[in-house]
Design a protein around this ligand. Structure first.
Ligand SMILES: NC(=O)c1ccc[n+]([C@@H]2O[C@H](COP(=O)([O-])OP(=O)(O)OC[C@H]3O[C@@H](n4cnc5c(N)ncnc54)[C@H](OP(=O)(O)O)[C@@H]3O)[C@@H](O)[C@H]2O)c1
Length: 358
């Protein structure tokens, strides 16, 4: 399908009030699009104000709010009317126990089926950008393995009891990864059969960068853990492996570029992760970066056990290693530096009152 441009018609974003979805909306506004921002609750100002504020900025585009729910068939028929592209970032997440593993899995697949059926009914859509996840790429590999878009989480899993649909109800991490693999493939197959639009996916990893609303501080998200470190609390998330960090603004911008790319086509996928080694940090290195950027705060670090691991093996397990070379080369994505990403995450959390400097 041909690339689209802002003059061709409106585009719609699902999950537009969320952390990723909000930055997708910002990037689309910068590129001059009319954005149909779909959210579940129009009456919650924490989900709407930061989006409506974009209409009062210098951005070229325009944004309209629509109410829609992934779990209701036909809910996106009205927001998708006349749309030339859909950017599907919404899905029921497990943050802070908001959804159980079954709801995460079923919500991703059934919600996306509903969205695809509304795309079909609209009949005007040329490009569909699916926010998948690095969870759809990452699978157990030896320390030092470098992942690319050719990897799938389901690779080499035929005799792996930890990768089984029988475990969906009990294992949220697996349920999420399996949902992302199956949903991504379902989208490509649906588009191929329909023949009128292409599906292109982004697979982000540890997402950080500016928060635009208090609701972006979801419990157990990467940004929530960074905020805790800034208040001196020990980081218990992924402390014995690497944080492979991507800026949320780069996820937004890459999706706008995918709409306009002459190279991207159905089944193109882009892993959105560190630009290079500078964005692959163990939690001691992350703590040191944050301490340098926020010298007045007492920044928390990993549990003490990390020192025994480093003494024994020289470093933490070197995974996940992955770089966003394809997005930079094919789309011309210019990524933010790790210092900028960490500074903006922390500063916006302070500005929003989510982190209170002692
Ligand atoms: N953050 C990361 O580290 C990361 C990494 C890889 C992939 N991703 C992917 O990025 C996407 C966005 O994640 P996020 O981190 O930005 O999470 P988030 O802030 O919680 O955003 C999730 C969005 O999904 C929407 N949603 C949930 N249930 C819905 C329903 N039943 N109907 C309609 N919308 C619903 C929410 O909309 P309302 O607010 O309107 O309810 C919310 O805006 C997800 O697909 C996620 O898998 C995120």
């Amino acid at each position: 399908m041909p690339a689209v441009k802002s003059l061709d018609g409106p585009v719609a974003v699902t999950g537009a009030s969320g952390y990723v979805g909000s930055h997708v909306a910002v990037a689309l506004m910068k590129h001059g699009y009319t954005v149909h921002a779909c959210i579940t609750d129009l009456n919650n100002p924490d989900k709407t104000e930061h989006l409506l504020k974009l209409n009062r900025s210098d951005h070229l585009g325009h944004l309209e709010l629509f109410s829609a729910n992934l779990l209701e068939e036909g809910s996106y028929d009205i927001p998708f009317t006349n749309c030339i592209a859909i950017l599907h970032a919404g899905t029921p997440m497990g943050y802070g126990g908001a959804n159980n593993p079954r709801q995460i899995y079923d919500g991703a697949l059934n919600g996306t089926k509903n969205v695809l059926n509304s795309v079909k009914k609209a009949g005007t859509v040329k490009r569909f950008i699916y926010t998948s996840s690095f969870s759809a790429i990452h699978h157990p590999m030896s320390s030092g393995y470098i992942f690319t878009e050719k990897d799938w989480a389901s690779d080499n899993r035929d005799n792996d009891p930890s990768w089984s649909s029988n475990r969906i109800d009990e294992d949220g991490v697996m349920a999420y990864a399996m949902a992302k693999v199956e949903t991504e493939r379902m989208c490509y197959d649906f588009a191929e059969k329909d023949g009128r639009f292409d599906v292109i996916s982004v697979c982000p990893i540890a997402v950080l960068g500016p928060l635009l609303s208090k609701v972006h501080n979801s419990v157990d998200s990467w940004q929530w853990w960074l905020g805790r470190m800034l208040t001196g609390i020990t980081c218990k998330r992924s402390w014995n492996v690497l944080w492979n960090i991507v800026d949320v603004r780069d996820i937004g911008e890459s999706q706008a570029l995918m709409l306009e790319s002459k190279i991207s086509k159905n089944r193109s996928r882009y892993q959105l992760c560190a630009t290079d080694k500078s964005g692959e940090l163990n939690v001691l290195q992350l703590q040191a970066h944050l301490q340098k950027l926020f010298p007045k705060l007492n920044v928390g670090g990993p549990p003490d056990e990390i020192h025994a691991i480093i003494n024994k093996y020289g470093n933490v397990y070197q995974t996940p290693l992955a770089h966003c070379d394809k997005a930079r080369e094919e789309l011309g994505l210019e990524t933010h530096s790790i210092d900028d990403t960490l500074r903006e995450t922390g500063q916006t959390m302070i500005d929003l009152g989510l982190v209170k400097p002692a």
